[in-house]
Structures are given as C-alpha cells and as structure tokens.
Ligand binder design. Structure first.
Ligand code: MN
Length: 128
C-alpha cells in the first residue's frame, strides 16, 4: 500500500514538484514545506509517516532540523530521509552519522528513490 502521508521539506520549487509528482503518482499523499522551521511545525501538526529532508535550506539546515525532530517526543519516531545535492563521500558520512534513516542524492533516481521510500516506511511500521 502506498497511501501514507509524506512531508517534503525542500526549498527548490522544481525539486519539490518532481518529488511530489513521483510520490503522488504512486498513491502517496504529500504535504510540503519550504523551510526547516515550517517543516518541523507541519511534522507536529500533520504527523506524517515519513519526512524527506533537503539539507541545504534557508535558515536552519536539514541536519539541525533532524536534531529538533529527534529531540521532541512527538516527532522522534518519524523516519527522515536526507535528500541532498552534495554527493561527496564525507558529506554522505556526515549525514548518516547525524541519524537520518536513509540518504538520497539529487537529482533523484526515481526507481531507487521510490524503493528507498517504501523500504524506510516498511521498516518503521514494524517498529510501531
Ligand atoms: Mn535546498
């Protein structure tokens, strides 16, 4: 089943549209935020099943946002996938060390992206 609610935190309109279209085509419901601050608020009010987090955002970055989500019992258990243009190995390591559930680079590989989304959702459901 692919009808879960997914929160997309991404400041770039084109990237946001691509991810939205790909997810909605698969049957997922989506909500969106253009900043980490707005994303954290939406995570609290909408309780998404999964968050896709851009790393480079205006204001708070995606790694700081993950820290705030994990620090709050209301959002701690929501899985978060980092989606970032930085493809350098040490960046990937830094991102995974921050505690993200998975990592996808931009531009997304649609097939791989959808597989990782599904895998992280399935993994998180077995924990709740
Ligand atoms: Mn960005």
């Amino acid at each position: 089943m692919a009808n879960e609610l997914i929160l997309i935190v991404e400041d770039n309109e084109k990237n946001r549209k691509l991810v939205r279209d790909v997810l909605q085509f698969k049957g997922y419901k989506t909500i969106e935020a253009e900043t980490a601050e707005a994303g954290i608020q939406l995570a609290l009010t909408a309780s998404p099943a999964l968050i896709l987090m851009d790393i480079q955002l205006p204001g708070m970055n995606g790694i700081e946002a993950l820290g705030q989500l994990r620090a709050n019992p209301a959002t701690r258990a929501i899985p978060v996938i980092a989606v970032t243009a930085s493809a350098m190995t040490h960046d990937r390591e830094k991102i995974m060390a921050a505690g993200f559930d998975a990592y996808q680079r931009k531009p997304i590989d649609i097939k791989e992206f959808l597989a990782v989304v599904r895998e992280v959702l399935d993994r998180s459901m077995t924990h709740t």
